[in-house]
Design a protein around this ligand. Structure first.
Ligand code: ARG
Length: 401
């Protein structure tokens, strides 16, 4: 049985109650760890820390993971154009492995023998926390209080009142929201009916305010965005800035029914203005800089890569091997992409690169044309040879005889 537990602490109702529940029901000491992955709600992490201590934690730490999250988790996903089921840029799925890494590090530092999380038994996040933890530290026990305690939301609120646990939750809070710098996931409430239209109040990153069209130039180096309109900035700042710009055009929402790892279909709404804009821009720059066969093989692997992230396999051998492939593919993905923003839309309107494989001399129809037209006649004849042979013996060409 565990004696000291590091709990992934969000400051919300469930993890606050979990602090006390772990102490009372499991007889452990609790160290609360709150990870700052760029939650957009203007989180007051000192208040979060104090809340954990008030709930009974022996220690409460806040880790600023923003730069690490952006560089080591968001950037690889972007280089892979990772979209789960073709739509979802893996907002929550990407944050779990970085949080798990810090849970494990804190467990080592504080001599804990277990980690804990506040996920329910129905979602993907339990899978990501636990599989990541087992990959990094197979010796640590994993405790999932919310999965085992069998309390409803009402019960948890009552438990908090009974035990003097400070909470901000009210009974009216109907949405389950998870956010970080890569976007925001909004679940539950009336949206559990896939036919229901999300009420306007659920959106916060994509509230349309901008009215004038504008362009934004994103600069990439080896597949990673490094500048906006020529101004260099670290990735975590660049993403936040682009969230504001693109989000203000009311663009970047996703509404989908997705397949969870545990077998449930779930109606999900997301807002991810920067993530979607950057994937659009990155994929476009690849169209200019990746050789055809490399591009095609890469796009065949991308959905698999996204699935691995979604399914909690960030730390896994296949993911590592795919990373090596993606790394190699990105060597020349350097250049600029111009995005055009209008209310309700974001699209690529131009791109350039010093490593471009676009050859004007080959593509032009003007006098500068250096394409060898005479090569085409023989090439096309051989290209169609088998079809011509088939036609004469078995196909349309055999019918006249
Ligand atoms: N469905 C998304 C995913 O599996 C979002 C999960 C959001 N998590 C949450 N606790 N609300 O990645």
């Amino acid at each position: 049985m565990a004696k000291r537990v590091v709990l992934a602490y969000s400051g919300g109702l469930d993890t606050s109650v979990a602090v006390r529940w772990l102490i009372d029901e499991m007889g452990v000491e609790v160290i609360a760890l709150a990870a700052d992955v760029g939650q957009g709600g203007g989180e007051d992490f000192e208040a979060v820390r104090q809340r954990a201590l008030a709930a009974g934690a022996v220690e409460a730490v806040v880790v600023d993971c923003k730069a690490e999250f952006a560089q080591d988790y968001v950037a690889p996903a972007l280089r892979a154009n990772a979209l789960y089921e073709g739509k979802y840029p893996l907002v929550s799925a990407l944050s779990r492995p970085v949080i798990a890494r810090h849970l494990v590090a804190a467990a080592r530092e504080h001599g804990a023998d277990a980690v804990a999380h506040g996920c329910t038994g129905k979602g993907n996040d339990q899978v990501r926390f636990e599989v990541s933890t087992r990959a990094l530290a197979p010796d640590l026990e994993i405790i999932a209080p919310v999965r085992s305690w069998g309390m409803t939301r009402e019960d948890a609120i009552l438990y908090a009142y009974d035990h003097n646990i400070p909470i901000t939750a009210t009974k009216e809070k109907v949405y389950s929201i998870d956010d970080n710098l890569w976007g925001r996931a909004i679940e539950c409430g009336e949206m559990e009916d896939p036919w229901a239209i999300p009420p306007p109040g659920v959106w916060s990153m994509t509230v349309p305010t901008a009215t004038e069209a504008r362009d934004v130039v994103v600069g990439f180096e080896a597949g990673v965005p490094v500048s906006i309109d020529g101004q260099a900035m670290p990735l975590h700042e660049l993403v936040v800035s682009l969230n504001h710009t693109v989000g203000s055009y009311g663009w970047g929402r996703i509404d989908m029914v997705e397949n969870r790892r545990v077998g449930i279909k779930s109606r999900e709404t997301y807002e991810c203005p920067a993530a979607l804009a950057l994937i659009l821009a990155h994929a476009d720059l690849e169209s200019l800089t990746l050789e055809r066969d490399l591009a095609r093989e890469k796009s065949r692997l991308e959905p698999r890569y996204a699935e691995l992230i979604y399914d909690g396999l960030w730390f896994s051998p296949l993911k590592q091997a795919l990373d090596a492939f993606i790394d190699e593919s990105q060597r020349f993905v350097t250049g600029d992409v111009r995005l055009h923003l209008e209310p309700g839309s974001c699209r690529v309107v131009s791109r350039r690169s010093d490593s471009s494989l676009y050859s004007y001399d080959l593509a032009t129809y003007d006098a500068a044309d250096r394409f060898r037209h005479e090569d085409s006649a023989g090439f096309v004849r051989l290209w169609g040879l088998s079809v011509a042979t088939w036609s004469g013996r078995q196909g349309p060409g055999s019918e006249s005889s």
